[in-house]
Design a protein around this ligand. Sequence first.
Ligand code: AMP
Ligand code: MG
Length: 339
Amino acid sequence: MKLCLGFESTAHTIGVSVVSFDGVVLSNERKLFTTSSGGLIPVKVAEHHCSHVFDLVSSSLSKAGVSISDISLIAFSQSPGIGHCLRIGAIAARSLAALHGLPLVGVNHCIAHLEIGRLLGKKVSSDGFSSDVSCSDPILLYASGANTQVIGFEGGKYRVFGETLDIGIGNFLDSFARSLDLGFPGGPKVEVLARKGSSLIDLPYSVKGMDVSFAGLVTKLSQLAVKGCSHEDLCFSAQEYVFAMIIEVAERALAHTGKSELVLGGGVACNKRLQEMAFKMCEDRGASCFIVDNEFNVDNAAMIAWTGILQFSAGDSLSLVNSGILPYVRTDDIEVSWR
Ligand code: AMP
Ligand code: MG
């Protein structure tokens, strides 16, 4: 059985995973940088990743029941992300590839979210999940910390049909949570408070063509919090507004491309209210909604390993000199050899 060792380190998460070439995830280890107050400082996050990366390699190999000599391929997240963080995963991956004479593949993180959705997405139905239906050519609603994009495969590339014009939806939730002193990551804490909220507060709804904007909302919500609005109602309303905005754009991407599958990806896709709204939208238009388990929604190395396998099987690989990180490369810059 051929195996890939994958590394993820685009932002707050350092992850190492072993995936087989036939798509079985044998291990998926990760450590998340967290704070009880304040946000991400890139140098601090890089130190965190540095101090965990080799323990994660050991635990990932041992959970998979294999050793480094069983590995046939190394994949790492090469783009896009925070330079300080990307560099740690890249150094570990490049060092192991050089030391063990293994081929190396660089993966685009956003595309990896879509590819893991195609591999592991479970179709949602009104009474749970139907496991026998697989996801083949979806629109990805990628809702994560730094990224918010609606992506689909058209004309030989992964195209961005809509995206945030400023901050990612997760960064929006985290900044808003920080203004309420909830710490990082804030999205899950906002979700818990939102369940206790009930009255919908009027907020700006910013969909511009196929794009969305969140930055002004942080200011508006902080002002309302200072004025004494209930935190529960603010969390409830914030979720209703921003999730409606991204679902609207995802729906228009489905309509425009004629595709009939939606898959959710990114840490914010763990949110039950977003999942519910996505399912409802798909149900209303006769499309299928796919969701992956939370460990594959958040940043994870299994999706990097799997996309690395797809790329390598189609002939992609990197020489060490060409394997530098590419923090600013966009989804639609990537040449797709494997579809
Ligand atoms: P990622 O960058 O894809 O790993 O996602 C991290 C982001 O997901 C952070 O901004 C988190 O606050 C957010 N997040 C994680 N879980 C949830 C949740 N249940 N609801 C909303 N946001 C979440
Ligand atoms: Mg991500």
